[in-house]
Design a protein around this ligand. Sequence first.
Ligand SMILES: NC(=O)c1ccc[n+]([C@@H]2O[C@H](COP(=O)([O-])OP(=O)(O)OC[C@H]3O[C@@H](n4cnc5c(N)ncnc54)[C@H](O)[C@@H]3O)[C@@H](O)[C@H]2O)c1
Length: 282
Amino acid sequence: MAKEIKSVGIVGAGFTGKQIAAQTAQNNFVVKVYDSNPKSVEDAKKYITGVLKRKNLMDAIQDVSYYSDLDKALKDVDLVIEAVPENLALKKKIFSQIDNLAPAHTIIGTNSSSYPVSKIESAVKRKDKVLNLHFYPPIPTRPMVDIMRGSETSEETFEIGKKWIEDIKCEPLVVNKECLGFVFNRIWHTVKKECLKIWDGGYADIKTVDTAWKIFTGMKMGPFTMMDGIGLDVAYAVEMSYYGESGDLNDKPPDAFKELVENGDLGLKTGKGFYTYRRRKK
Ligand SMILES: NC(=O)c1ccc[n+]([C@@H]2O[C@H](COP(=O)([O-])OP(=O)(O)OC[C@H]3O[C@@H](n4cnc5c(N)ncnc54)[C@H](O)[C@@H]3O)[C@@H](O)[C@H]2O)c1
């Protein structure tokens, strides 16, 4: 078992994977970035190099390498973070590939937003070396990471994972007991659920809710603006996953929310969601 993480592999270099790679690289780790899509590898390289250049970390740029071959990417890594799309079968397949290719001591973490690693761990032999390591992008402004065990994760794995989170200058949010939504996403789910009920029930309009949230928290955006930014298709799917897990009607997102999604009103990316945006994007 590696007592110290020196080299980190990122599998899936999309929106979150490339941010995890940049945060890791700027804190003195060797980073190996892999994606099955060459365009994602190219975009990730541009993004990571840009971040490191802006911080004048020219040596760190040399410590990041990019791969389209998983075998080569995982040769000497101590930790691998999987950040491929949110699909359980895909995540299991990737975990199994990592298990077969990475050194025996390597810890495997998933950045999944909704799957506890206990649902993925059956794909690997090293069940004592798996973790949920869930980020909250944009990482520079939200430097916190949920850390949660699988059913056989060793304490040594957990402690090494927690120390790595601290080493990349993030706050570890320790989840003591398996929990859908980890620490903050669960709180955030409750906020969104109640905001949606206020809107659906006609108790107050979205602007009033967002204004109240902004004044109370000091944040720049309210929940409806944030859901529009994330994309209502994504936000709706997340709410449905909570409902699917609990089966509690109280967790069911309102039909009016579903209608927005079915109408193609997906928020900022389509020009209309809860709010209407002046410049319509295709
Ligand atoms: N988007 C968010 O705000 C956010 C926040 C926290 C966690 N997450 C989680 O992170 C994960 C990735 O989400 P994202 O938003 O970065 O997705 P994304 O679509 O931006 O990136 C996924 C990347 O995985 C690559 N990929 C697909 N299949 C692959 C394979 N077989 N092997 C290697 N790479 C493959 C894709 O080419 C793509 O570059 C999901 O599990 C999601 O739940 C996302």
